[in-house]
Write a protein that binds this ligand. Structure first.
Ligand code: ATP
Length: 336
């Protein structure tokens, strides 16, 4: 099975080809870089409009070059696309492109939940059976585990996503988007200053710590110290709730998903926590953590195999598409 994946929920216009037999994933991406401030939905949509055709063309070229089937057959078996969650104007462009391609190539369409894809790529690259997943991305932050045919949200942010929270702080101190890597670098020279730490049961909140971090920077606390402390507290919160999720589910496997998962300090904290409780930890390669069409193609292949395709007239996008809305059709032989 070979699947063309298309991603475009926020900033990454990306297309990929996944070949299930060789496990090869080809990804071509074009990132939107805001000139100032954070992601502007209209500009991001313009980026999708301009960049999606070229990344798709490159992926299809690759698919044709590596296809050893008859020339009369399409080079892929299906087109999978991100249906949401994400920015509505971006999703609509990607949805339109995916529908057009599915019709032009005469192959089925697969509608993928972007957050479930962040989880499934970790399950795929780790080979873990039933992991808990920490999705630490720009617009989201939650823990997922499988039960009774769905991925359940065990805990989540009560306000903003984790990457967006970090990016808000970096905007405040005048750094360009995205802020996460800059905070990681600045934190290397920092020491701890007190900032809020908010975990309530399985949920957590970033708004208080963001306001306090901005205030601390305004008050003249060295920005390196604020960055260091932000990382310690935010990642500490995520690690605490991940540990509780492992404990509640009895799972001994944790996978990481999302762009913030590229952060070495977060990975270190999670790895240490897992080691201490005898659990296994897996973080996918960075190219699979940040938004990318590879993860869409990989989950698309599993859904396609399970017959989980979607009719064009039912393929509308959903900017609030939650992971627990997705019937998990591709995990057969699972205990309930
Ligand atoms: P979602 O997947 O929820 O739709 P998203 O589309 O914004 O989120 P991702 O690619 O998953 O995108 O994540 C982007 C976020 O990752 C940005 O907020 C960015 O600041 C953050 N990020 C990237 N690298 C790092 C890093 N090294 N440390 C911390 N955060 C990082």
């Amino acid at each position: 099975v070979r699947i063309l994946g298309i991603e475009g929920t926020a900033w990454a216009a990306s297309a990929a080809v996944f070949d299930a037999e060789s496990d090869d994933v080809f990804i071509e991406s074009d990132a939107y870089q805001p000139e100032s401030g954070g992601i502007h939905p209209r500009e991001a949509a313009e980026h999708m409009h301009d960049a999606v055709p070229a990344v798709v063309e490159r992926a299809l070229e690759y698919a044709r070059e590596t296809d050893d089937g008859p020339e009369t057959e399409p080079p892929v078996d299906a087109v999978a696309f991100s249906r949401g969650p994400g920015l509505g104007p971006c999703l609509r462009i990607v949805g339109t492109a995916a529908r057009a391609l599915s019709q032009a190539l005469s192959v089925p369409l697969v509608g993928v939940n972007h957050m479930v894809a962040h989880l499934e790529i970790g399950r795929h690259t780790s080979g873990f059976e039933a992991p808990v997943c920490l999705n630490a991305s720009g617009a989201n932050a939650h823990l997922l585990a499988y039960r009774n045919g769905r991925y359940r949200v065990l805990g989540e942010t009560m306000d903003t996503g984790v990457g967006n929270a970090i990016d808000k702080f970096t905007r405040h101190v005048g750094w360009s988007h995205p802020g996460g890597p800059k905070v990681e670098r600045a934190a290397e020279d920092g020491k701890y200053v007190d900032l809020p730490y908010v975990v309530k049961g399985m949920d957590f909140s970033f708004s208080g710590i963001m306001s306090a971090a901005k205030q601390a920077a305004d008050d003249g606390v060295p920005v390196a110290d604020v960055c260091y402390s932000l990382q310690e507290n935010i990642f500490g919160m995520l690690t605490e709730v991940s540990e509780r999720a492992l404990s509640l589910t009895g799972s001994d496997e944790l996978v990481l998903g999302g762009g913030v998962g590229q952060n070495a300090r977060l990975r270190e904290m999670l790895a240490t926590m897992c080691e201490q409780r005898g659990a296994q930890f897996h973080a996918p390669q960075p190219r699979f953590l940040r938004d990318n069409a590879g993860m869409i193609a990989v989950l698309g292949a599993k859904m396609y195999d399970a017959g989980d395709t979607i009719a064009i007239e039912e393929s509308r996008v959903d900017s609030d598409f939650r992971p627990d809305q997705v019937p998990v059709t591709w995990r057969t032989n699972e205990p309930a």
